[in-house]
Design a protein around this ligand. Structure first.
Ligand code: AHR
Length: 335
């Protein structure tokens, strides 16, 4: 099977090279690394989009998957092929290779981790299939390997949390523990960086421990239990997502302490469960990370398949909530 695939890739790459040379002579660059230049891929007007999702690790991810399934629909001109990588990069690479072998019109994915994508993205490029990144970035040597990246600014999210902590809790000495997202993922790397930058000038704030909870509620709880055993002086938990913050609440309550009073929690996402905990006073502050990326992905996919020039980076808008803002937003919260 691998050999068949390799031959197919080589043939596609050869014919693609010839086509590219012709296209370049005729019209110059389209600004699109892999676009076929045809609208609607297979000629029937339907765009086949292969989406390789991270997994189902959090409420955020569930909302993100729903948004994609709600917009990449037959009625909207798409045939969606969807796979769940269960938070494993090798599964995602396998899914992308399968989409390449099937000859989809466009591939979209939210990378589990930042690095290790050059080879498979080269294969997509050689097969002339454009790639759109949603939610998370990749660290590649050549950014022509993807057409566009749609998602939040994670450094900014971490920075906003850090600024709030510094202004509202860092007026006296405080000890912070950090529940990091998946090791090597863009949101874990960037949120940590943004937070550190924001608190750097405040000598009252000390980060006394930091470990990954892999963006899940269960692992957030387990790591928090370990923090509570190792330290009796925790004032604040910075959780890289709501689910780990919710796991931390369970651990704090099980230890006979009161979240929001004895230990304050700040987090990122703004999913309904997190917002409810914020409204209830168990979480103190949440910076939103908008998961509703389906509509932007649909627009972008149509453009890249049509060979239109597109923006390399689309930064989505995120709000931030304290307790009162959460109470006001909850009744209309979509996710
Ligand atoms: O990449 C976005 C992050 O991934 C969300 O903050 C988190 O909940 C998810 O698992």
């Amino acid at each position: 099977m691998a050999r068949t695939h390799h031959r197919r890739t080589v043939l596609t790459a050869l014919s693609a090279t010839a086509l590219l040379a012709l296209a370049a002579c005729a019209s110059g660059s389209s600004g699109n690394p892999g676009g076929s230049g045809s609208s609607g891929g297979g000629g029937d007007g339907v765009i086949t989009l292969g989406f390789a999702q991270v997994g189902a690790e959090s409420g955020w991810r569930t909302a993100n998957t729903q948004s994609i399934k709600d917009t990449i629909t037959k009625e909207n001109g798409f045939d969606l092929k969807f796979s769940d990588a269960q938070q494993k990069q090798e599964n995602q690479i396998q899914a992308i290779r399968s989409y390449i072998a099937q000859g989809v019109d466009v591939i979209a994915f939210s990378p589990v981790v930042e690095s290790g994508w050059d080879a498979v993205l080269q294969e997509a490029k050689q097969a002339h299939i454009p790639v759109i990144l949603t939610d998370r970035a990749v660290d590649v040597t050549d950014d022509s390997l993807y057409a566009s990246f749609i998602g939040s600014d994670f450094v900014e999210e971490g920075k906003r949390v850090g600024e709030w902590v510094s202004e509202n809790l860092g007026t006296k000495p405080i000890n912070v523990v950090q529940l990091e997202g998946t090791t090597g993922s863009a949101p874990a790397i960037d949120r940590k960086k943004g937070f550190e930058e924001a608190i750097a000038g405040n000598s009252n704030i000390k980060v006394i421990d930091s470990q990954t909870g892999n963006f899940t509620r269960a692992e957030g709880k387990t790591v928090m239990e370990g923090f509570l055993q190792a330290h009796d002086n925790i004032d604040v938990v910075f959780a890289h997502n709501d689910d780990m913050g919710l796991g931390a609440i369970e651990a704090i309550e099980a230890a006979g302490l009161t979240p929001g009073k004895d230990i304050k929690i700040v987090s990122i996402d703004g999913v309904k469960d997190g917002m409810q905990a914020l409204a209830d006073g168990k979480i103190s502050y949440i910076v939103e990370c908008n998961p509703l990326l389906g509509p932007d992905l649909a627009d972008m996919a149509k453009k890249v398949v049509a060979g239109e020039a597109v923006d390399k980076r689309i930064v989505t808008h995120d709000d931030a909530f304290d307790q009162e803002a959460a109470k006001a937003a909850l009744p209309d919260r979509k996710y």
